[in-house]
Design a protein around this ligand. Structure first.
Ligand code: AMP
Length: 191
């Protein structure tokens, strides 16, 4: 089984390109953000707890996303692997992921990183707010806070995975969606 991590700041295009990667390489796309938004929509206790944190641009507790990831790993069959989108997002999450995957006799296969500058993050999320109506896209302050959270808590994963020789990066900007998709697919092909 492959365990790929799709990495990048908010708005880098992870969700946009995940479908094409998953389809081409027969992977299950797992977005922790989407799973959390589904919990909120269903009004579950987990969703109610997560909503406030998410709307403010904060991360939800590590145990919450870890439980969701383990559920998916345990229940999904008939794929060649997983494409993790938005997870791990902290060093402790990455350490736990290593353990979860090791317990399955495997290891993380590689990190596929799509990089864009902060100014472009702002522009894209403001545009997405009008289309998708996500509460955490709605205000400039929340967008800025998510970018800060990314730099403080998620960016250190780059060095974590570089140290393991697993970090691979493509430019998500400039370029059209099609151009970036080609870059990403070529990268995964090369892994
Ligand atoms: P995303 O759709 O990946 O932008 O995630 C939306 C929001 O869900 C984030 O801003 C966090 O509040 C929460 N979230 C998603 N994935 C994680 C994660 N791995 N750890 C903690 N919080 C997460």
């Amino acid at each position: 089984m492959k365990y790929y991590i799709l990495f990048g700041p908010p708005g880098a295009g992870k969700g946009t390109h995940a479908g094409a990667i998953a389809q081409k390489f027969n992977l299950r796309h797992v977005s922790t953000g989407e799973l959390l938004r589904a919990e909120i929509a269903a009004g579950t206790p987990l969703g109610i707890r997560a909503k406030e944190l998410m709307d403010a641009g904060n991360l939800v507790p590590d145990e919450v996303v870890e439980g969701m990831i383990e559920n998916v790993f345990n229940s999904v069959k008939d794929v060649d692997g997983f494409l993790l989108d938005g997870y791990p997002r902290t060093i402790p999450q990455a350490e736990v992921l290593d353990k979860i995957v090791a317990a399955r006799g495997e290891s993380v296969s590689g990190v596929i990183s799509i990089m864009i500058p902060d100014e472009e993050v702002h522009r894209r999320i403001a545009r997405r707010a009008a289309i998708e109506g996500r509460a955490d896209d709605a205000s400039d302050a929340t967008i800025s806070h998510r970018i800060e959270t990314y730099h403080a808590q998620t960016e250190p994963l780059i060095d974590f995975y570089k140290a393991e020789g697993k970090y691979h990066e493509v430019c998500g900007y400039p370029g059209t969606i099609e151009e970036v998709r080609e870059r990403v697919l070529a990268l995964v092909d090369s892994l």
